[in-house]
Design a protein around this ligand. Structure first.
Ligand SMILES: *Cc1c(COP(=O)(O)O)cnc(C)c1O
Length: 359
């Protein structure tokens, strides 16, 4: 272990516990982990391989290249769904890596049919207006399918626009609309829920659910949920502890002035590591079980915390920036964002440790 380097610990046992919880909540529906964007920044290969060892059979990524990499990590057995689908020119590569595209438009449907690519997922839009066929397009396709077949639709899916809001009426409108469209494709399995949808339960579960953030330690409704185990711990070393006389300022722009004589610890982590500048002044870190408030701005490589009151850390001690005592949803709230952005922005100059990795 090299000294004075921030450390990122990814607790794959906690990931497995979250997967087990989601499976219980999903009942008979298959839980297909979403491992796009490098498993939300945690590392797609170690995350997906552990989930596979826990029994996951199907995985979602966003990009073709993510799918190709994941195929290498998971071997032949896994089903890998690519949310970008089959944009022009990508069918051959999808087929070569046996990836299943999520077809998002009639153009993609045509391209995949022409390539005779095999099973696909059909994405229908029910109100998000991002990707997916409109209802009339889905109806037209269903007619053509029953007349001449041609497309092997394994799953029909849609995506919620307000999944993270517990009782938003939009969720129910989308659920109704989805139920009507899925009836047009009676042989396909159906999938509507992300993490939020999974926690809505009942009519949102269908045959397959697609959780991401709740696997990685975020709550389903953009705030911390005690049922979800923290997966990521980010610790930064103390580089120096210094005395700041009353009236002097700390950090760039003189944004913080010591109201009294203070002791501050300077930590080796900053916005280049994923701690957002917006987290000052609301941020805090934990050392020795106590919350230590940020003082001054988060800068690129450094942040200062107030250690006046209690046992001060010493150079080389590690301070928790994110983890069981500083939940990602709390960090996100202090930064004016959501846990997804905190995780996917984590930097790459940490010592990274995977607890419970599959060899
Ligand atoms: C990212 C994504 C998910 C996972 O969403 P979470 O909110 O992280 O659970 C599910 N479905 C689709 C289509 C997505 O793009």
């Amino acid at each position: 272990m090299s000294a004075f380097q921030a450390r990122l610990t990814v607790d794959l046992d906690a990931l497995a516990a979250n997967f087990a919880l989601l499976r219980r909540l999903a009942g008979a529906a298959e839980v297909a982990p979403v491992v796009k964007a490098g498993a939300y920044g945690l590392g797609s290969a170690p995350v997906a391989r552990r989930l596979q060892a826990e029994g996951a059979k199907s995985f979602f990524v966003a990009r073709l290249t993510e799918g190709e990499t994941l195929r290498g990590a998971l071997g032949e057995g896994a089903s890998i769904y690519v949310l970008d689908g089959c944009p022009a020119g990508s069918a051959e590569r999808l087929i070569a890596s046996r990836l299943t595209p999520v077809l998002n438009s009639l153009e993609q449907v045509e391209a995949w049919s022409a390539a005779r690519g095999g099973p696909c997922v059909l994405h229908v839009d029910t109100g998000l207006n991002r990707l997916g066929l409109r209802k009339d397009e889905a109806e037209g396709l269903a007619k053509a399918q029953s007349a001449q077949g041609g497309l092997e639709i394994a799953v029909i899916m849609s995506h919620l626009s307000c999944g993270a809001s517990h009782d938003h009426p939009m969720n129910h409108r989308q659920a109704e609309s989805f139920a009507a469209i899925r009836a047009l494709f009676p042989d396909a399995r159906a999938s509507l829920a992300n993490s939020g949808g999974l926690f809505h339960g009942g009519g949102f579960l269908h045959d397959l659910v697609r959780p991401g953030i709740t696997l990685y330690g975020g709550g389903p409704f953009d705030h911390a949920d005690p049922r979800i185990a923290p997966v990521v711990t980010l610790e930064a070393p103390v580089l120096q502890v210094r005395d700041v006389p009353a009236g002097e300022s700390v950090g760039y722009d003189g944004g913080f002035t010591a109201p009294r004589a203070m002791k501050v610890a300077i930590l080796a982590a900053g916005h280049a590591d994923g701690l957002l500048r917006a987290q000052s002044p609301a941020g805090w870190a934990v050392f020795d079980g106590l919350r230590r408030s940020f003082v001054g701005r988060v800068s690129m490589d450094l942040i200062a915390v107030d250690v006046s009151e209690d046992q001060a850390p010493r150079a080389g001690d590690m301070v928790q920036m994110i983890g069981p005592d500083v939940l990602i949803d709390e960090v996100a709230a202090a930064s004016g964002t959501i846990a997804y952005e905190i995780l996917t922005r984590l930097g790459d100059r940490f010592e990274t440790i995977y607890k419970g990795a599959v060899q």
